[in-house]
Design a protein around this ligand. Structure first.
Ligand code: TXD
Length: 321
């Protein structure tokens, strides 16, 4: 059986780490595309030259032409500018919409059957634009935000409770912006509610809430925290890991339940928008959306986040995209 093929559109920070992770996990052959001449060729050569050491024999190719992405099973898009300190994700809208427009046309022409995972920011708008330009069925266009945001939230919980992060399950829903919704009530350590553990640790419901509020805030600001420390560019190791897990779920038809930015057709009371919700990822991309009951407070936070996505998409449309 021929090996699967993943094309990475954008060979910058995230694209480079993605190429290496996919090779290390022997997931698929990799094509790294960028408009910068020689750079994707240089990065893939560098990774290949470690293959004897790391023990992988998947093929990696750097290209500057869309021809190279033909017959891709998965396309992962990171093309676009990252944030600088002080910028919000939404500040990237105009520049990255232009880039996404051209990327989507290239993918539509040369990899019309691929499943697309979009990473570029502002995420929710870029996913929407990619689907609009390609006309791909909605199940084949998925944005990466929730896997990373949830992993960040899980890390903070693990540190706070002094437990392995492998035993923490915590999900973040909504848009990939300041309004994202970490689901506190459902967060658990191997089934044990996190809030209860915090209350026991501090012997105070009030203090537990304070500590949780701080973790929720840090989760929402986590991307900005990294941007501020790096000074140039934004997080790249963790977004690459997140998208690799999604690609692995799809190629392996794993039916993993991963919070993803997917098209809602009435679920959660939303119709016609891409929003972060728990999705079943398998061979057909987003195969199903899982609904979870939200209490009034959670529902209102989720609706606020959906409204932010709706107005971001409206801004993009006003700009002519
Ligand atoms: O969780 C998430 N979704 C994210 C998203 C987390 C962190 C960062 N996220 C966003 O991903 C970030 O805000 C950016 O919009 C993208 C890519 O971030 P990265 O850190 O990889 O940016 P780089 O290093 O600047 O790489 C972008 C590459 C660069 O090599 C450009 O030459 C290339 O994109 N580029 C293009 N490639 C193809 N086609 C076109 N038109 C193009 N224009 C630029």
């Amino acid at each position: 059986m021929a090996r699967k093929k993943i094309s990475l559109i954008g060979g910058g920070q995230i694209g480079g780490v993605l190429a290496q992770l996919i090779a290390l996990r022997k997931l698929a052959d990799v094509v790294l595309f960028d408009i910068v001449e020689d750079m994707p060729q240089g990065k893939t050569l560098d990774i290949i030259e470690a293959s004897r050491i790391d023990g992988f024999d998947v093929k990696l190719t750097g290209v500057n032409s869309y021809e190279g992405i033909k017959d891709s099973d998965i396309v992962i898009v990171t093309a676009g500018l990252p944030r600088k300190p002080g910028m919000s994700r939404d500040d990237l809208l105009v520049t990255n919409a232009k880039i996404m427009n051209s990327v989507a046309q290239g993918v539509k022409e040369f990899a019309p059957n691929a499943i697309a995972i979009i990473i570029s920011n502002p995420l929710d708008a870029m996913v929407t634009l990619f689907q609009k330009v390609t006309g791909f069925p909605h199940n084949r266009v998925i944005g990466q935000a929730g896997v990373l945001d949830s992993s960040r939230f899980s890390s903070f919980i693990a540190w706070e409770l002094g437990v392995s992060v492998k035993d923490v399950n915590a999900m973040v829903l909504g848009g990939h912006g300041d309004t994202m919704v970490p689901l506190v009530r459902y967060a658990n350590v191997n089934g044990l509610p996190v809030m209860e553990q915090l209350e026991k640790k501090y012997n105070s419901a009030e203090k537990a809430k304070e500590v949780m509020d701080a973790m929720v805030k840090r989760t929402k600001d986590a991307g900005g925290e990294v941007v501020k420390l790096l000074k140039t560019g934004s997080a790249f190791y963790s977004p690459a890991s997140a998208a690799t897990a999604m690609a692995e779920a799809i190629l392996g038809d794993q039916k993993r339940v991963l919070p993803s930015c997917v098209y809602l057709n009435g679920e959660y009371g939303v119709k016609g928008y891409f929003v972060g919700v728990p999705a079943v990822l398998g061979a057909n991309g987003c195969e199903r959306v899982l609904e979870v009951s939200l209490n009034e407070e959670e529902k209102s936070a989720f609706d606020k986040s959906v409204n932010a996505v709706v107005s971001l998409v409206a801004d993009m449309e006003r700009l002519g995209f």
